[in-house]
Every structure is written in structure tokens, then in C-alpha cells.
Design a protein around this ligand. Structure first.
Ligand code: SF4
Ligand code: SF4
Length: 247
């Protein structure tokens, strides 16, 4: 088991979480609308565009390694590590995403298009939470994230409510369609002894089943590598290149 890589991942998630009071507006679904209504490309616009571009090569690795609320949800596993994967409610995030994107587009059109770039929009010298009362926003988001994860199970926010995930799912679909080199998982079923030590997937995916099919592709996979690092037989590995199938 490669604990070192998972420790590094936990550290990057922790750093991202600690920086959240600074970065929260750069992930804001509201500021992008506000900016669009004024014809301004805001920090969150740049973040979401960057995540989309990144996903064309790294899939949803951002979710697994750098999301500010990803690590918080993984801490919640201690309270509720129930599986969220049956895909039944994953549609909710698209139900949120489509009207949200539509509103941004309509706002931008009514403003006569984007005419200005202001990455620091509504921040103070680049810091999002610059006044004590603004911690209401911060703790509100944190509290709702923790509540959903505790009530609905492992990384439930990522499955059901994350408005950023669709950007990366679309990016993953595009990279899979064009089959250019990208980060993905590769499995070798010959090495699998069906010990199920890979069952600790933070996204509740049935990893063993995927290994036995030698098809690790899943739009909900956040490429965290926990399965890679849990498998004592090395049946799963990271790979950067053209995926064999839909991986
Ligand atoms: S941990 Fe490895 S060997 Fe065990 S079931 Fe998973 S893929 Fe197979
Ligand atoms: S399948 Fe593996 S890499 Fe993907 S989310 Fe699950 S544990 Fe992480």
C-alpha cells in the first residue's frame, strides 16, 4: 500500500481547505452571475474555465486532490461512511448546472457581452473573506457541506450538488471522445485476487467490479488513487496516455 501518496493527497486537500477563506469567492457560483450582469469576467469565471481545460487532460483529479470542500467531506467519513453510489440522484447536479449556466449566459448577453476582466472582483486585495461578518457565508457553506455529507454519505455533495463537477464531466467526455493522452486508471484483472481491499473508494464506486471488467472509466471517479494505493497486488495503476477503452 502506498500510504505516502495518500498522505500527500490529504495534505493538498488540507491546504486547499485552510486557504478556503481566501479562495472562496474564486469558486463562487454567485459572483460569476454578478460579474456577467456587469460584463465582467470574474475570478470564479477564470477558475471554472481553468477546471474545464484541466479536465481535458486530468479528468476530475482536481476533485480528488485540491477541492477545498473535498477533504472536509472525507473527514465526515468518520461519522457517515455510507455509500452514495447507486447513481440515483447524480442528476441533481446537472439540474442545478443547466439553469445556472443559462442565467450566466443571459446576464452576459444583457450586459452586451464580457467587456472587462477582473480576477479580484469583490475581494479585498485578492482575499475573499475580508470582513468578520463575511464568515457567515463561509460557515454557511461549510456547515451545509458537512451536513449533506453526514446525512447522505460519502462525498454526497460531489455526487449530488456540486455545480463545478459538470464542467469536469464535460471535459472528461470530450477527452474520451477524441482519445487524446490523459490521466486515467488502468486495471489488470489477472492480478486481482478479489480481496476487496479497494472497497474504500471515496466516491463509493465498485472498484473490484471495474477491475474485473478491466474498464476503470467512471464519470464519478475523482482519480484520488485510493484504490491504486490500497491494492496489494498492483492490479490498478495510474496511467497517462491514450486510454485502452473508455477509461
Ligand atoms: S484490492 Fe486489488 S486485488 Fe483486491 S479486489 Fe481490489 S483490485 Fe482486486
Ligand atoms: S475509483 Fe479509485 S481513483 Fe476513482 S474515486 Fe474511487 S478510489 Fe479514487
Amino acid at each position: 500500500m502506498n500510504n505516502r501518496r495518500q498522505k500527500i493527497r490529504q495534505t493538498t486537500l488540507l491546504i486547499s481547505f485552510l486557504l478556503f477563506p481566501v479562495t472562496i469567492f474564486y469558486f463562487s457560483p454567485f459572483l460569476i452571475i454578478w460579474g456577467a450582469s456587469l460584463g465582467i469576467i470574474t475570478g470564479s469565471f477564470i477558475t471554472f474555465t481553468s477546471l474545464f481545460i484541466l479536465s481535458l487532460f486530468l479528468g476530475r483529479a482536481f476533485c480528488g486532490w485540491a477541492c477545498p470542500t473535498g477533504g472536509v467531506q472525507e473527514y465526515c467519513f468518520r461519522v457517515n461512511d455510507g455509500k452514495t453510489r447507486d447513481g440515483r440522484y447524480n442528476w441533481i447536479k446537472y439540474f442545478i448546472f443547466v439553469p445556472w449556466i443559462t442565467i450566466i449566459a443571459l446576464m452576459a448577453i444583457s450586459a452586451g457581452g464580457f467587456t472587462r476582466v477582473d480576477p479580484l472582483f469583490l475581494t479585498k486585495y485578492g482575499v475573499s473573506i475580508s470582513e468578520p461578518f463575511m464568515y457567515i457565508i463561509y460557515y454557511g457553506i461549510l456547515f451545509s457541506t458537512i451536513l449533506v455529507a453526514m446525512l447522505a454519505g460519502k462525498r454526497a455533495n460531489c455526487h449530488y450538488f456540486c455545480f463545478m463537477a459538470p464542467f469536469m464531466v464535460i471535459g472528461t467526455k470530450i477527452k474520451n471522445f477524441f482519445r487524446w493522452p490523459s490521466l486515467h486508471l488502468k486495471a489488470n484483472k489477472e492480478l486481482c485476487t478479489q480481496c476487496k481491499l479497494c472497497k474504500n473508494c471515496p466516491m463509493s464506486l465498485n472498484v473490484k467490479e471495474k477491475v474485473l471488467k478491466e474498464d476503470m472509466h467512471d464519470f464519478e471517479c475523482i482519480l484520488c488513487g485510493k484504490c491504486v494505493d490500497s491494492c496489494p497486488k498492483g492490479a490498478i495503476e495510474y496511467s497517462f496516455g491514450v486510454p485502452k477503452r473508455g477509461n
